[in-house]
Design a protein around this ligand. Structure first.
Ligand code: E4P
Length: 216
């Protein structure tokens, strides 16, 4: 399974990248706004800065919701760097736009996916990635991991090339369960990635080894 970091924060991206396990980055308008990125020129520059930091796919989301504008906006985003993947919302015009980008050699990430039907449509249109929002599904007392399992089954049976990108990750257990369920990629906040490191027995064991090492 590949690891993406889900942030527009350059320090977090650098820290995850320094671990040597980072395969890419996802952003969304909320994450960009959180970093105070405003105006078209600054937005494009921020994506270029992220691409300069990480050798992997960087999802950049369109802000428009009609087919023609999404195509125009996506073309500009894709022109920033070869690793940019245009992120398109799961709406009717979005599916048309994904098909246009597929036909024109531009990779897409279909976002805001909450059902198998939506994921099948995105895959049919040729999306490189489909992003089911695990945490938001769990927040509404449905089962996000069950959706990953269902998508892994459908995509395998149907031979879809689209990769399942588990998004809206809230904790390290979401990462483990997504891996188990067959997600190809997990996009996670830095805290959830670092949370994978934690086990009290590791800390206790290391303290004991270091203490005993003094007697060697
Ligand atoms: C990433 O592609 C998604 O936009 C992101 O994971 C959504 O996360 P959230 O539900 O925590 O906002």
């Amino acid at each position: 399974m590949k690891f993406f970091i889900d942030t527009a924060n350059l320090a977090h991206i650098e820290e995850a990248n320094d671990l040597g396990i980072l395969d890419g980055v996802t952003t969304n308008p909320s994450l960009m706004a959180k970093e105070g990125i405003k105006g078209e020129a600054n937005i494009l520059k921020h994506y270029a800065d992220i691409c300069a930091l990480v050798d992997g796919d960087v999802s950049a989301e369109v802000l428009s919701t009609d087919y023609v504008s999404m195509v125009e906006e996506g073309k500009k985003l894709a022109a920033i760097h070869k690793n940019i993947v245009v992120k398109i919302p799961m709406i009717k015009d979005g599916i048309k736009a994904i098909k246009w980008f597929t036909d024109n050699g531009i990779r897409t990430n279909c976002t805001l996916v909450f059902s198998a039907g939506q994921a099948i449509l995105a895959a049919k249109a040729g999306a490189a990635y489909v992003s089911p929002f695990i945490g938001r599904i769990d927040d509404s007392s449905w089962d996000g991991i069950a959706l990953i399992e269902q998508l892994a089954h459908i995509f395998s049976v149907q031979g879809f090339n689209t990769e399942i990108l588990a998004a809206s990750i809230r904790n390290p257990l979401h990462i483990v369960r997504s891996a188990e369920a067959g997600a190809h990629i997990c996009t996670c906040p830095l805290d959830s990635i670092l949370g994978l490191l934690k086990h009290p027995l590791t800390d206790i064991g290391l303290a004991k080894f270091l203490e005993d090492a003094k007697k060697m």
